[in-house]
Write a protein that binds this ligand. Structure first.
Ligand SMILES: [Zn+2]
Length: 125
Protein backbone atom coordinates (compact mmCIF):
# COMPACT_ATOMS: atom_id res chain seq x y z
CA UNK A 1 0.00 0.00 0.00
CA UNK A 2 2.87 2.38 0.73
CA UNK A 3 5.22 0.97 -1.87
CA UNK A 4 6.73 2.91 -4.72
CA UNK A 5 4.27 3.41 -7.53
CA UNK A 6 1.34 4.30 -5.28
CA UNK A 7 -0.07 7.79 -4.86
CA UNK A 8 0.33 7.48 -1.08
CA UNK A 9 4.09 7.00 -1.49
CA UNK A 10 4.38 10.26 -3.41
CA UNK A 11 2.09 12.14 -1.00
CA UNK A 12 3.62 11.00 2.28
CA UNK A 13 7.22 11.39 1.09
CA UNK A 14 6.49 14.66 -0.78
CA UNK A 15 8.06 13.26 -3.95
CA UNK A 16 7.40 13.84 -7.64
CA UNK A 17 4.14 12.12 -8.66
CA UNK A 18 5.60 10.80 -11.93
CA UNK A 19 8.99 9.32 -10.97
CA UNK A 20 8.60 9.44 -7.15
CA UNK A 21 12.27 10.21 -6.73
CA UNK A 22 12.71 13.96 -7.10
CA UNK A 23 11.67 16.28 -4.29
CA UNK A 24 8.44 18.22 -4.80
CA UNK A 25 9.15 21.10 -2.41
CA UNK A 26 12.14 23.42 -2.14
CA UNK A 27 12.34 22.81 1.60
CA UNK A 28 10.71 21.12 4.55
CA UNK A 29 7.05 22.13 5.15
CA UNK A 30 8.00 23.52 8.58
CA UNK A 31 11.04 25.50 7.44
CA UNK A 32 10.20 29.16 7.03
CA UNK A 33 12.08 29.59 3.74
CA UNK A 34 10.69 26.50 2.04
CA UNK A 35 7.13 26.54 3.37
CA UNK A 36 4.79 25.60 0.51
CA UNK A 37 7.29 26.54 -2.21
CA UNK A 38 7.02 24.00 -5.02
CA UNK A 39 10.06 23.45 -7.25
CA UNK A 40 9.82 24.43 -10.92
CA UNK A 41 10.68 20.95 -12.28
CA UNK A 42 11.47 17.51 -10.99
CA UNK A 43 15.23 17.05 -10.63
CA UNK A 44 15.00 13.43 -11.84
CA UNK A 45 12.38 13.26 -14.63
CA UNK A 46 12.03 17.00 -15.44
CA UNK A 47 8.25 17.03 -14.90
CA UNK A 48 7.02 20.62 -14.83
CA UNK A 49 5.22 20.90 -11.47
CA UNK A 50 3.25 24.04 -12.35
CA UNK A 51 1.17 22.35 -15.05
CA UNK A 52 -0.77 25.51 -15.93
CA UNK A 53 -1.10 29.02 -14.50
CA UNK A 54 -2.84 29.02 -11.11
CA UNK A 55 -2.77 25.23 -11.09
CA UNK A 56 -2.61 24.97 -7.32
CA UNK A 57 -5.71 27.07 -6.66
CA UNK A 58 -7.68 23.82 -6.78
CA UNK A 59 -5.62 22.55 -3.86
CA UNK A 60 -7.58 24.94 -1.62
CA UNK A 61 -10.44 22.44 -1.72
CA UNK A 62 -8.06 19.74 -0.53
CA UNK A 63 -6.78 22.03 2.23
CA UNK A 64 -10.37 22.59 3.35
CA UNK A 65 -11.07 18.84 3.41
CA UNK A 66 -7.88 18.18 5.38
CA UNK A 67 -8.81 20.92 7.85
CA UNK A 68 -12.23 19.39 8.39
CA UNK A 69 -10.61 15.97 8.85
CA UNK A 70 -8.28 17.48 11.46
CA UNK A 71 -11.21 19.04 13.33
CA UNK A 72 -13.06 15.73 13.31
CA UNK A 73 -9.94 13.94 14.59
CA UNK A 74 -9.57 16.46 17.44
CA UNK A 75 -13.26 16.12 18.26
CA UNK A 76 -13.04 12.31 18.36
CA UNK A 77 -9.89 12.45 20.53
CA UNK A 78 -11.72 14.81 22.88
CA UNK A 79 -14.68 12.42 23.09
CA UNK A 80 -12.38 9.48 23.85
CA UNK A 81 -9.99 11.06 26.37
CA UNK A 82 -11.69 14.21 27.75
CA UNK A 83 -15.46 13.64 27.47
CA UNK A 84 -16.44 16.43 29.88
CA UNK A 85 -14.64 19.31 28.15
CA UNK A 86 -16.70 22.42 27.44
CA UNK A 87 -17.19 23.58 23.83
CA UNK A 88 -14.92 26.63 24.25
CA UNK A 89 -11.96 24.48 25.23
CA UNK A 90 -12.70 22.13 22.34
CA UNK A 91 -12.74 25.07 19.94
CA UNK A 92 -9.44 26.30 21.37
CA UNK A 93 -7.93 22.81 20.94
CA UNK A 94 -9.12 22.75 17.33
CA UNK A 95 -7.62 26.17 16.59
CA UNK A 96 -4.29 25.28 18.23
CA UNK A 97 -4.11 22.01 16.29
CA UNK A 98 -4.89 23.89 13.08
CA UNK A 99 -2.13 26.37 13.85
CA UNK A 100 0.35 23.54 14.49
CA UNK A 101 -0.60 21.42 11.48
CA UNK A 102 -1.39 24.09 8.87
CA UNK A 103 2.09 24.01 7.21
CA UNK A 104 1.78 20.25 6.86
CA UNK A 105 -1.82 20.45 5.58
CA UNK A 106 -0.78 23.09 3.06
CA UNK A 107 2.10 20.94 1.80
CA UNK A 108 -0.05 17.82 1.66
CA UNK A 109 -2.84 19.59 -0.23
CA UNK A 110 -0.56 20.64 -3.09
CA UNK A 111 1.06 17.24 -3.49
CA UNK A 112 -2.36 15.56 -3.29
CA UNK A 113 -3.71 17.96 -5.90
CA UNK A 114 -0.96 17.23 -8.45
CA UNK A 115 -1.37 13.50 -7.76
CA UNK A 116 -4.95 13.79 -9.06
CA UNK A 117 -3.56 14.74 -12.48
CA UNK A 118 -0.16 13.08 -12.85
CA UNK A 119 0.31 9.33 -12.88
CA UNK A 120 3.33 7.31 -11.84
CA UNK A 121 5.49 6.19 -14.78
CA UNK A 122 8.02 3.49 -14.11
CA UNK A 123 9.93 4.20 -17.33
CA UNK A 124 10.94 7.65 -16.10
CA UNK A 125 13.12 6.15 -13.33
ZN1 LIG B 1 10.04 13.18 -11.29
Amino acid sequence: MLGKGTKLYSILRLKCPRCQEGDFYKGHPYSYSGMGRVKENCSKCDLKYNIEPSFYQGSYYVTYALGVALFIAVWILQLLFFPGVDPGTLLLAMLVSLLIFSPLLYALSKIMWINFFVKFEKKKN
